[in-house]
Design a protein around this ligand. Sequence first.
Ligand SMILES: [Zn+2]
Length: 225
Amino acid sequence: MIKIERKETEKARKAVQSLQKAKSSKSSYNTPEVNAALREMFHGKCYLCENKESTSFQIEHMYSCGKNPELKYDWNNLFLVCAHCNNTKLDKYEPILDCTKENIEEAIAFRKKGYFGTEEELVFEVLDFTDETLNTQRLLKEIYYGSTPQKKMEAKILRKILRKELSQFKEYVREYQEAEDEEKEDLKCLLKQQLGDASAFAAFKRWLIRDNEEVYPELAVYSKQ
Ligand SMILES: [Zn+2]
């Protein structure tokens, strides 16, 4: 989970227009324009787990529309989420950190402890003790570990995708360390991309570099939002 900027792009403008139209005709907020704008804004990632490989994405309302139906059509209240995370969150964790407003990585450190052959564990360390952060931490734990038999299975698949992504990332860092001159520059570009907002599981990758800042000072600049 990282901070995502709600930029005023052409797609976002069209989404807001289509929401106004849907609102006045009392039709669904789930329009092609809204989906296209959310995909662009969230870089094709679920805002909670940062998985890009999910086959089922949904639209989430951050603030529940029960008391205020207007919120259903409020662009600022719409988030791109995968089915696994949406079905995990339901309304059990309120309020959580709003990733379009809060600097998530300053509130929570994302770490994967252990390595192949040892007990691997995902740790979400709370750095600022607000209700929002604590709820977000509890939610992230449930997302990555599950609570029902089915969710546990889904969480296992999610952890597997994360593990693969992080291994690949570590391999790039190793190659970068050993490379010379021109090759080093190319790899640096690749790592900059890997640490960028559009990268899958960016919070974990960036915290890996932040935790090893002295070893990779030139990569550390890409690891902070
Ligand atoms: Zn997700």
